[in-house]
Design a protein around this ligand. Structure first.
Ligand SMILES: Cc1cn([C@H]2C[C@H](O)[C@@H](COP(=O)(O)OP(=O)(O)O[C@H]3O[C@@H](C)C(=O)[C@@H](O)[C@H]3O)O2)c(=O)[nH]c1=O
Length: 176
């Protein structure tokens, strides 16, 4: 696996290193030893798959309140998404900044998002499946979110959402 830190400290693009032969390729999807060697402290517990039917479906931006923060490792295993992390760590040099990375099933590129960041994505193809590993088991306690078009962040999405749920569309403006 190859780790490339983005403009936000602790947010990493993770690429596979395919072993190719006449059958296809073999790719390591997650490896605790390689994460540790890259300096990333991440012990996955739960693994989720979100299935998105339509082009330009938006989920997010989601995070947990202070004290319940979680890290996630996100991979698009069918279709393609524009995946976004927003830095909400007040002591970070990139507080309030965002990064966006295209993840698609063909490249197998993935994104690691540490505690203290908000996360969301927009599908770039119909029938896009997103698999993500979480550092904590699911609980709705402490759920929080940011609106995708909050001017405080001005995320440059590649398209407007065609499908978004009411909760995600109506988060108030970020305060702080
Ligand atoms: C996230 C999650 C949801 N659920 C349930 C709650 C609800 O009934 C249904 C759908 O939940 P949501 O609407 O919260 O799903 P979704 O909007 O896809 O939530 C996810 O969005 C992306 C952007 C993230 O970063 C994830 O951490 C998570 O917040 O599934 C679980 O049972 N376990 C889980 O781990």
């Amino acid at each position: 696996m190859r780790f490339t830190e983005t403009a936000i400290p602790g947010v990493f693009i993770v690429d596979v290193e395919p072993r190719v032969d006449e059958r296809g390729s073999f790719n390591r999807a997650f490896c605790p030893a390689e994460f540790a060697a890259a300096g990333i402290d991440f012990v996955p517990t739960q693994i989720n798959i979100a299935r998105n039917t339509h082009l330009h479906t938006l989920r997010g931006m989601h995070h947990k309140v202070a004290g319940l923060e979680e890290a996630k490792f996100v991979r698009c295993v069918r279709g393609a998404i524009f995946d976004v992390a927003v830095d909400l760590r007040r002591d970070s040099p990139t507080f309030r900044r965002w990064v966006g990375v295209e993840l698609d099933a063909a490249s197998m590129r993935a994104l690691f998002i540490p505690e203290g960041c908000s996360h969301g994505y927009l599908t770039l193809a119909p029938d896009s499946d997103v698999l993500y590993q979480m550092s904590r088991p699911y609980t709705p306690e402490g759920d929080a979110g940011l609106r995708w078009d909050d001017p405080a962040f001005a995320i440059d999405w590649p398209a407007r959402p065609a499908v978004i749920n009411r909760r995600d569309a109506t988060y108030p403006d970020f305060e702080g």
